[in-house]
Design a protein around this ligand. Sequence first.
Ligand code: AMP
Ligand code: TRP
Length: 337
Amino acid sequence: MVRKRVFSGVQPTGELHLGNWLGAIRNWVDLQKTHEAFFCVVDLHAITVPHDPNLLAQSSISTAALYMACGIDSKLSSIFLQSHIPAHSELCWLLNCVTPLNWLERMIQFKEKALKQGDNISVGLLDYPVLMAADILLYDSDLVPVGEDQKQHLELARDIAQSRINSRFGKENEPIFKIPKPLIMQEGAKIMSLADGNNKMSKSDPNESSRIGLLDPPDLIAKKIKRAKTDSQFGLEFDNPNRPEASNLLTIYSIISGLGKDKALKECSEMGWGQFKPLLTEATISALEPIQIHYQELIKNPKELNQVLNEGKLKANEIAEQTMNRLRKALGLQLQA
Ligand code: AMP
Ligand code: TRP
């Protein structure tokens, strides 16, 4: 039986945090056992806002190593850098030519990011979701595991594939693109900032204490959790709109302790913050410890990492080229004789 295909990616901007792990990468680990899996470090997305070239190069390798440290197995999954496959950029251009401008102008993430850029907004930032659609459609992906914030981008990718390419240029029983489905986990899909339970935990928040990096040492984790915003009520609980911090920290605890929602609630519903915070600290440190140990081993061995990325690139390139040939032909772009 042909296995269904999974595709996902994270931007190599800054260090990956708990939100990236719990909302996205954690779910990839199981999927790679049952699916044909492609996990990309989306470095072309990272340059849609101003960036430092030296940091980007380093961060791309480090992100790939973190994928592996979190349990992505290069024997089961193809791990590669987006910029190593020219077809991502080419497909993005072809999709640009059929995507209505107003579809992009209404993307929530664009509006949020554009606000932060002031008057320095690149065309690339607006075009970001089309590049993301290209990433996904290139590999005939069936499933795309992402956090809640990417849902709108996934819908855009489906719309472009269906109404702008398949129905215009495909034949009825021979679609050009497969229509991908998002996979958004019920728990952990939106981990909030430690500084404000109403804001998403994000790499771009200038306040470093708002997020826990996957590579943060134990004392820094302890410090950040100690500083994390709380409220004046006793006992932890989920889903009380007036207590976003309680719900967020209990969610993090329920996932990383492995207890699940019911048991975590039972354990913590009668607990004050002074008792809960050390518990959460302990659980976070022990959950991240194996990832950090594995990461340190991997990053010491750049040769092996490069080999993994090279193998990933070869496999990804082969599939990407097949898709591109199908589309070039359908659009009337002559294939080379
Ligand atoms: P990014 O950091 O924007 O490259 O996001 C990479 C992946 O992590 C995407 O699937 C996001 O949806 C997911 N993600 C990012 N931030 C969070 C968060 N705070 N909670 C849950 N998932 C997140
Ligand atoms: N836009 C995604 C994010 O910021 C990252 C991303 C780029 C992605 N291309 C993708 C995720 C393709 C899934 C599939 O989180």
